[in-house]
Write a protein that binds this ligand. Structure first.
Ligand code: HEM
Length: 551
């Protein structure tokens, strides 16, 4: 460095005071937000706007702040003001993310028909979850490989997985809820579900014995917590600062992955070796078949596609992470809400006993539950679907982003959305619409099973006369998505885990209801809404006592 440069640097440093540093930092932040807002997609003027009607910088700032408290209100009001008139509207998002275009229900089929190269689920998920940081690498973010593996293999292997999942459910329920048949025990519902779900989910993802390793499970739950925290914090920072802030925030994600990978990496390496030997025809592997879990499916898909990047053990161990994220809190929220909805039904309606009767009637006399047995639990199925309808944990949930450079034209509504626009559905409004769901503000656990049971009771003659009743009844199972039931999304990116969740929740509820007496609750503790999602009532408790003879 020359003498002259040194003296300039010295002069700059001398002039720096804390006030100036803070001032320059603030100016940088403001400039970055202005840059962010200016580079966000501009929506056609004919699409109406919720929130502070204006579209300028100040409106954006005001809306971004109101977003945290008013998002759900805007979505509800927009549903009746625009959605029900078949008009789309813009719902403001938080500051560093483009606003959402919320489609009317009549346009959901059109939305789902759009090719991935035009309207992308992966890009929307990556943007909202800040995937390159949260899921540990831009290279992994090139495609949602783990989702593809789940779509391809989960449903077809599910029947064979039921016995293992049932064993895991029973062991987890015993461990978490206890075996005391004398005394009532108070249990925190959120903690209870959070102690059961990760273990059962990981029976499917990584198999035993890792699914029972405390440290592994803790790392995965903390990892998911970090993704949620980071995604929330990053929306408050301008996009241009994400490469710095995102990397700093994700340090803890890396640490949790490292702790978990000590358990899964040896298993992944061994599985790759075994699968290779089997394929090479090694006679020692004649009778060996790989366990059907996520690890096998991920390796199998990578081998099938000769994808050397995906066949790196470290990459495979990171591919588990987005699935843990997709599975753990979603199922825990659903389980907690389900129990709160069930336990606040009127005791005189005898809902819990009706569920117990159904479970006992279909329970296998010996051995494990089967797919057919679980599918016959129409009332349990209905009580879950109804809870997902009423007690939704997010107000939109299904997000897509326009990635066609020329934008996306809607011929019915006659507008074109620009590249980068976000498109979503009105889950909140649809699920609570009295015209679609009479008495839609109340929990009616057997809303769907009444229709399905009535169909099952019909004679062959009656069925042939009214085949449309059969189509309607078949569309009311908890895994069936539609433009009026969006809890698992809809279309080709609808949740591939829902087939597993249906079995998992039924097995958990069967274990809880048949083994425990549970005290009803007078009033349902309500969640708090924060932006587009809820904060569940984390302190809600129940009192339970083990039934004699079930320990
Ligand atoms: C009650 C629990 C669950 C709920 C409510 C839920 C809900 C959802 C929703 C709303 C989507 C977005 C769908 C869309 O954009 O159309 C989704 C995607 C996904 N879910 Fe689930 N999910 C649950 C459990 C699970 C489980 C247990 C797994 C895996 C074992 C899983 C794996 C996935 C994957 C991989 C995707 C991405 C699919 C894609 O982009 O193609 N989910 N889920």
């Amino acid at each position: 460095m020359t003498q002259q440069t040194l003296s300039v640097v010295g002069a700059v440093l001398d002039s720096l005071t804390w006030t100036r540093v803070v001032g320059y930092g603030f100016l940088l932040l403001v400039a970055s937000f202005i840059f962010d807002t200016a580079s966000q997609p501009r929506y056609p003027k004919e699409i109406p706007w919720m929130g502070d009607g204006g579209r300028g910088l100040l409106a954006k700032v005001r809306n971004s702040i109101s977003y945290f408290t008013l998002h759900r209100t805007w979505i509800q009001e927009g549903y009746y003001k625009y959605g029900k008139q078949d008009v789309a509207f813009v719902n403001p998002a938080s500051i560093s993310r483009p606003d959402d275009v919320v489609l009317p229900r009549s346009q959901i089929a059109w939305m789902m028909d759009q090719p991935d190269a035009v309207l992308s689920a992966d890009h929307a998920h990556s943007h909202i979850l800040h995937s390159p940081y949260n899921f540990l690498g831009h290279d992994l973010n090139r495609e949602a490989f783990a989702s593809r593996a789940m779509h391809k293999y989960l449903a077809r292997h599910l029947s064979g997985l039921i016995p293992g999942v049932e064993d895991e459910v029973n062991a987890a329920v015993d461990d978490v809820m206890g075996t005391d048949t004398e005394n009532w025990t108070k249990l925190n519902l959120w903690e209870m579900w959070l102690a059961i779900v990760p273990r059962v989910t990981n029976r499917l993802l990584v198999g035993e014995p890792i699914c029972r390793e405390e440290l592994f499970l803790k790392s995965m739950v903390k990892f998911v917590d970090d993704v949620i925290r980071n995604s929330f914090l990053l929306t408050m920072f301008p996009f241009v600062l994400h490469p710095i802030v995102g990397r700093l925030l994700a340090i803890s994600n890396w640490l949790h992955w490292r702790a978990a990978s000590r358990f899964v990496l040896p298993v992944i390496k061994q599985r790759m070796h075994d699968m290779e030997q089997k394929e090479l025809g090694n006679p020692e592997y004649k009778d060996w078949t790989p366990p059907e879990d996520f690890i096998t499916w991920d390796i199998r898909l990578a081998r099938l596609e000769r994808n050397s990047f995906e066949l790196n053990p470290a990459v495979i161990s990171k591919r588990i992470l987005p699935i843990e994220f997709a599975a753990i809190h979603t199922t825990t929220l659903t389980g907690q809400s389900l129990m709160l909805d069930l336990l606040t039904t009127r005791p005189e309606d005898g809902v819990l006993d009706a569920l117990r009767d159904e479970i006992n009637a279909h329970k296998p006399a010996a051995g494990h539950w089967t797919k057919i047995g679980l599918t016959s639990l129409l009332r349990v199925d209905s009580s879950i679907r109804e809870s997902q309808r009423l007690s939704n944990f997010a107000s939109t949930l299904v997000e897509r982003q326009v990635i066609a450079r020329e934008g996306l034209h809607n011929p019915t509504l006659s507008w074109t959305l620009p590249y980068g626009a976000f498109v979503t559905v009105n889950l909140e409004g649809t699920h609570h619409d009295d015209e679609l769901y009479p008495g839609g503000q109340a929990y009616d656990p057997f809303r769907y099973s009444r229709v399905r049971e009535a169909w099952e009771l019909k004679s062959e003659d009656e069925r042939q006369k009214n085949p449309e009743d059969g189509t309607k009844a078949r569309g009311l199972g908890m895994v069936t998505t539609s433009d009026r039931h969006l809890a698992f999304g809809h279309g080709r990116h609808a949740c591939p885990g829902r087939f597993f969740v249906a079995h998992e929740l039924k097995l958990i509820m069967a274990a809880i209801l048949t083994k425990y007496d549970i005290k009803m609750i007078d009033q349902r503790p309500q969640p708090q809404w924060f932006g587009a999602t809820i904060i569940p009532p984390l302190d809600a408790c129940v009192e339970i006592r083990r039934k004699p003879g079930t320990a």
